[in-house]
Ligand binder design. Structure first.
Ligand code: PLP
Length: 464
């Protein structure tokens, strides 16, 4: 009888030589990453070559990169070594991608397992069992408190996951061809999503594609009025274009927009209007996934029964669109050569199940505890240097503050100064501009947050 263990792939997986090779590799990585436990400046002898590489790269790309950052290829949790010999404390993680930091043994092992697989990429025509495993995990987790998100389609970027969700919503609600979205939302940079993203700068020179009507986001200083006003604007757009809206596009916590969160009542009031008008409810969780008290932010806000389509990306490595029965696309609508690299797909499983198993979620989970610790540290710096830091804002693994007057210039200057001092952050929002962190939730502890606050304090002391 043929059993699973007789598969060549299983035999390879269980080959003792593989276990030995993995151990050797992981031991070598551990040995070389061990010294990377604090920030350090560049090595003078590497600086000239590094600068040359940066300027060559900028010329090839047609523009310089924001940070003078070229990784050497090794790190240790939140610490990362750059090719100029410097070590940074990385609390922005590629804008929320490296949830287990740098060179994490769990993910290196996932990479080895992927590397001995038969292909680098998986795609719609040929997928391996890993694609089934991650799709099953994501739908199981998504449905665990009542959502009907039984289906999952993998893709390679947040934008692609979002495009797929919009296509499904348009197809189901044809001939509706408009979208309702929040002001200051960010949805991605494809031709379609550049229209949804509420930033004129990101669509300079682009043709109009999708028609989008904007409604204001929640204002925590005036919850009731801001909810009523958003509902009023929503109804106004629906009355102006009856039957024309295919989707309500929601970031439940605005990321690029500046770390603003809504509340359950706000979202429910808008969803009620959407339901009355047969408008699909889409939650863009590309940035929020795995960062709140629950794996999905729609679960954090108790909207399980109200979402039709949900997208994820960034921390999950492989991106995905989850959807209910009603939104199953007709054949031909959704397909891609690549659904993801084998490593991304294998790692996604490890990351999501790892964060669940390691107590990151829950009202008192690690995500919340780290946020509280960080918030206390930021407040302490703000108290020591009045006027330097307001906030903090955000939930769990998303935390931000407004520096000084909140101008774009001061936020950008602070981010650059923090970088030079060894701490990686990034800007968010426009008015005010904020400094934000996307904490690598799988690998940091309070001591890393304390180090970050110490660096911040040193930088602030020079800016007052
Ligand atoms: C909320 C949100 N949606 C979509 C995207 C686009 O994802 P990607 O850059 O992977 O295409 C981002 C990226 O920052 C995002 O924050």
């Amino acid at each position: 009888m043929t059993t699973k263990t007789s598969l060549a792939a299983e035999q390879l997986k269980n080959d003792p030589r593989l276990a030995e090779a993995k151990k050797l590799i992981l031991d070598a990585v551990a040995e070389h990453q061990r010294p990377l436990v604090s920030v350090r400046p560049p090595s003078p002898e590497l600086v000239a070559d590094y600068q040359q590489m940066l300027s060559d790269f900028g010329a090839i790309r047609g523009g310089n990169i924001f940070f003078p950052y070229l990784g050497s290829g090794i790190g240790n949790g939140p610490f990362v070594e750059l090719a100029d010999g410097s070590v940074k404390l990385d609390l922005i993680t590629g804008i929320g991608v490296h949830g287990y930091g740098h060179s994490h043994p769990m993910l290196i092992e996932a990479g080895i397992n992927a590397a001995i697989g038969d292909t680098i990429m998986q795609g719609n025509l040929q997928q391996n069992t890993n694609s089934c495993d991650i799709s099953k995990l994501l739908t199981d987790v998504a449905c665990e408190s009542g959502a009907g998100l039984k289906h999952c389609f993998l893709s390679t970027s947040g934008a692609m996951a979002n495009e797929n969700s919009l296509k499904m919503a348009f197809q189901k609600n044809h001939p509706a061809n408009r979208v309702i979205a929040f002001t200051h939302c960010f949805a991605g940079r494809t031709l379609g999503l550049a229209q949804v993203t509420d930033k004129a700068k990101y669509r300079v020179g682009l043709p109009d594609t999708i028609s989008v009507d904007y409604i204001p986001f929640f204002n925590e200083n005036d919850p009731e009025k801001s909810t009523q006003y958003a509902v009023k604007r929503f109804k106004h757009h629906v009355e102006r274009h009856p039957g024309k809206h295919a989707a309500l596009w929601m970031e439940l916590i605005q990321g690029e927009g500046g770390y603003y969160e809504g509340n359950t009542e706000f979202f429910e009031a808008l969803i009620e209007v959407a339901r009355e008008n047969k408008i699909a409810v889409i939650a863009d969780e590309v940035q929020t996934f795995c960062r709140t008290t629950r794996p999905f932010a729609f679960q954090h806000f108790g909207l399980d029964k109200q979402v039709d389509l949900v997208t994820i990306g960034k921390i999950s490595q492989v991106c995905a669109t989850l959807f209910t029965d009603d939104y199953i696309p007709q054949p031909g609508l959704i397909s891609q050569t690549f659904t993801g690299s084998t490593w991304a797909i294998v790692a996604a499983h490890k990351i999501v199940s790892g964060l669940i198993a390691n107590g990151n979620f829950g009202a008192d989970g690690k995500n919340v505890r780290l946020n509280q610790h960080f918030a206390a540290g930021l407040k302490a710096v703000g108290a020591k240097y009045p006027g330097s830091i307001s906030g903090p804002y955000g939930v769990g693994g998303m935390i931000a503050f407004t520096p000084f007057d909140g101008s774009a210039a001061i936020a950008s200057e602070m981010v650059k100064r923090l970088y030079d001092a060894g701490l990686m952050s990034f800007m968010a929002g426009g008015d005010p501009s904020r400094v934000r962190f996307l904490i690598p939730l799988g690998c940091v502890d309070e001591s890393h947050i304390d180090m970050a606050c110490q660096i911040l304090e040193n930088v602030v002391s020079k800016m007052v």
